[in-house]
Ligand binder design. Sequence first.
Ligand code: UD1
Ligand code: CA
Length: 451
Amino acid sequence: MKSAIILAAGKGTRMRSQKPKTLHPLLGKPMILYIVDHVKAAGADSVVTVIGYGASEMTEVLKGHSDLALQSPQLGTGHALMCCESLKTAVGPVLVANGDCPLIQPETYRLLYESLEDNAMVVLSAVLPDGGAYGRIIRDAHGQFKKITEYKDCSEAEKKIREINTGIYVFNGELLAKNLQNLKNDNAQKEYYITDLVDIFFRQGLKVKAVVIDDYNEAAGINDRFELAMASHWLQKRINAGWMKNGVTIVDWETTRIGPDVVIGEDTFIHPGSSILGATRIGVGNTIFPGCWLENAIIGDHNEILSSRITDSQIKDNIHLGPYAHLRNHCVIESDCRIGNFVEMKNTKLGKGTKCAHLTYLGDSEVGERVNFGCGVVTVNYDGKNKFKTVIGDDSFIGSNVNLIAPVTIGKRAVLAAGSTVNSDVGDGEMAIARNRQTNKPGYGEKYLKK
Ligand code: UD1
Ligand code: CA
């Protein structure tokens, strides 16, 4: 039984934000969820996140992802562990992860679990070009790990040490549970330091070691928005390189943001300047032109998407979409449709081969196959209080500038004359004309212009 505890109760003052630090997103995903996902991928059977600052927002985001422990007030990293009820009965290895280190990869956590062996505690360290303000790893002349010294307590010589404490550890669960009560807060900050456990274990003759992370870039802790941007950039390169190696063309990796949970098929071609985020899945042979925002979008094969936004919606195959189309809130577009410029769809289904090419809003609609929409069709789905549905049958023709006042049902092979405002149902094969008859007044135009 492997467990993991994620420390994320702090405010993250240097973000200068109302939002708790670990909820700030990297490539569209809150930092904290990277850590939850990565410790699970490394084999953690149970995950507890220690929350404090912004607890209600944290609870909202972590729902269904992690168990929670509340630390209030926050009296240090050691105190955070004392707040975990589940620790009291812990068996097996307990990983302690740092809520502000989202770049640590599952493989690194896995190796850390494996390194526990007969140690009471293993510290994950990193050798940095510059140790900054991190706690330093102090070793003896034989390279044997001795202790962690916090930066502010370091001598000038110790400050030069480049091996630092990442704040990530694995413990023998029973030994951790037994020794937490031995932590004291008799230091300048009046805090309980997790790092004091090193000494507590050594004094009992137990084994503690520090293992160095392979790639120190993973250990980057995020404290402010510049570090967040640097971390995003590092991750972006890694993710985009991965897709390029898997047969996706990314013209400019630096302006293409692809979230960590996105999946993309071979021969998809991505032009610069798009964000592809959330649980988006893209099939093969698609072309994504500049300036798209795809979030939780399911894209089939061989589509062309131009400067458009698709959220929480699905398009199937051979669809031409945009420029400047907007699909949101559970749209499903069947294959061979055409959706043109300035078309917005919300909670709408389009059957195969339907065309909706210009300046149109379809909301809460269910449209059949091979329907043709003229320019400027509007479904009037909202009366200020409630939303209503529009249904249109196969092969119907909706003229330009038609208003469909929902609830309304249009049959198959029906024709709605251009400019009609349609508020009652139209049967199969019928034509509806709902507009005033035109009158022409001879000479009136000439008279008007002379005035
Ligand atoms: C800690 C380590 C330091 C290490 C650094 C790595 C101690 C005493 N020092 O320092 O050696 O180099 O991490 O980043 O542990 N947290 C809580 N509750 C608290 C305090 C902190 O949950 O009461 C969480 C924070 O939200 C954060 C993590 O623990 O995610 C680390 O806390 P932080 O205050 O950043 O620790 P440092 O002082 O930087
Ligand atoms: Ca920190």
